[in-house]
Design a binder for this molecule. Structure first.
Ligand code: FAD
Ligand code: SF4
Length: 396
């Protein structure tokens, strides 16, 4: 029997080695003997989204189609919400519900997901859940870098053959790159969009700078109404307008990996569940391939759905936000609130809001990379992202 090269290379597993250095997103691959593949697999060392799209979906983005630049390869998109939301989920719990159904119906033997530690609700603890209860214990975002792939060796040890992995873009890129080495009969990938992630220390700074009661926050989201919504332990909701964030203090809070990421929409997952392309209160579903459709079919009868819509024009708002962010402008709270109200009334909605968010982050990240890692610019920015950035005038 031939031994896979990564197993022979077990000695290569130093816990602290992270070849992507400061750009490492702590995806977990380097905690395993799959570190053997890191140079090809790491999303920050080898940007290969188009090749991996071809492998996962049978085609890569069509660069003549603007929807493909923005939302990636897809065969369907919709807004959805659970008829009976899961209490305490990030949104209505579509992600957890799909994972539970897949276990209940025996489609998979395990689900890679992220619970939290006993001491800290925001400290991620990746696990392979084998029961719906264990999946439900992973509901709600841990808004921090999470080493999801650190459980990869356990998959091989457990001899599982059918697996669902839930994860964000950088984790899924590395996973797709080593997929063939995992010895699985079937891998399902359920992704969420992801942006502006932070280390646990960075999260603390964000909460302390932005919320009135950082210690009681149980959940937060950057919402489509241009406000951050913090939910507190007592059920109360605190809303802070984006334009009132203390940008000058928060500029270095986001992880360098996230400041140089162009895979906001999780291009390589079979099915993506987020919110930003949907009306307020609804989740946004992107079906990338037939496997994704099969996963969605499992829960279709538990969902209300409606077609995606698009309203407004984001371009001027994005152009204005580029120098404002660059110079760390913070508005006084009264002006920030007023601006939030105005932009909510006349600003982009539905898919146009998603484009607004993608444009704002890609232009910011392009500038970050150009200034801090200019040698990476050509290879690291995918062609679709270059097309998006080229629509705007950037400062030097
Ligand atoms: P739930 O049923 O509550 O399940 C949440 C799932 O997320 C769990 O299975 C858990 O394993 C997984 N998870 C939790 N934390 C992490 C983590 N750190 N890394 C990987 N997986 C994790 N959507 C957008 O449209 N725009 C965004 O900008 C956006 N940013 C996000 C940033 C982060 C860090 C994360 C984790 C998600 C983000 N999402 C974003 C997705 C969105 O917030 C919801 O997670 C998604 O809509 C699913 O909601 P739900 O109620 O179905 O999830
Ligand atoms: Fe390793 Fe993942 Fe960090 Fe890349 S992002 S260096 S693969 S842990």
């Amino acid at each position: 029997m031939t031994v896979a090269p990564h197993k022979k290379a077990k000695a290569l597993k130093p816990n602290s080695r992270r070849p992507a250095k400061e750009l490492c997103s702590e995806c977990g691959l380097c905690d395993t003997y799959y570190i053997h593949y890191v140079k090809e697999a790491c999303a920050f060392l080898n940007q290969q989204i188009a090749e991996l799209e071809q492998q996962a979906h049978g085609r890569s983005r069509d660069l003549n189609k603007e929807d493909d630049w923005y939302f990636g390869v897809h065969q369907d998109m919709m807004a959805a919400q659970k008829k009976q939301p899961i209490e305490g989920a990030q949104w209505t719990g579509i992600v957890s519900t799909i994972a539970c159904e897949m276990l209940n119906r025996g489609l998979v033997e395990g689900v890679v997901c992220v619970q939290n530690t006993e001491q800290d609700r925001f400290q991620p603890m990746p696990v392979i859940a084998r029961t719906p209860e264990e999946v439900l214990a992973a509901k709600v975002n841990k808004p921090t870098l999470s080493p999801n792939l650190s459980v990869l060796e356990e998959i091989e040890r457990s001899q599982m053959k059918r697996l669902l992995v839930i994860g964000v873009g950088c984790q899924i890129q590395a996973l797709r790159a080593v997929e063939k080495e995992l010895g699985l009969e079937k891998l399902y990938v359920l992704g969420t969009p992801c942006v502006d992630n932070v280390t646990r220390a960075g999260l603390q700074k964000f909460l302390e700078t932005t919320s009135k009661s950082p210690d009681t926050v149980v959940h937060y989201e950057f919402m489509q109404d241009f406000r951050v919504h913090f939910k507190h332990e007592d059920g109360s909701l605190e809303k802070v307008p984006f334009f009132g964030l203390k940008t000058n203090q928060l500029k270095d809070v986001f992880a360098p990996s996230c400041m140089s990421c162009f895979d906001y929409v999780n291009s390589l997952a079979d099915l993506v569940v987020g919110y930003m392309g949907a009306p307020f209160g609804w989740q946004w579903i992107v079906v990338r391939n037939q496997t994704g459709q099969e996963m969605l079919d499992l829960v279709q009868d538990q969902l209300n759905t409606q077609p995606v819509t698009s309203e407004g024009n984001r371009k001027q708002a994005v152009q204005n936000s580029i120098p404002a962010y660059d110079q760390g402008v913070t508005l006084p709270m009264w002006a920030a609130k007023l601006m939030g109200v105005v932009i909510e009334k006349i600003g982009p909605k539905g898919l146009e809001y998603a484009r607004f968010s993608i444009d704002s982050h890609f232009t910011r990240n392009y500038l970050y990379l150009k200034r801090n890692h200019p040698q990476k610019l050509d290879d690291h920015v995918p062609e679709y992202a270059q097309k998006i950035v080229e629509q705007y005038k950037l400062p030097q």
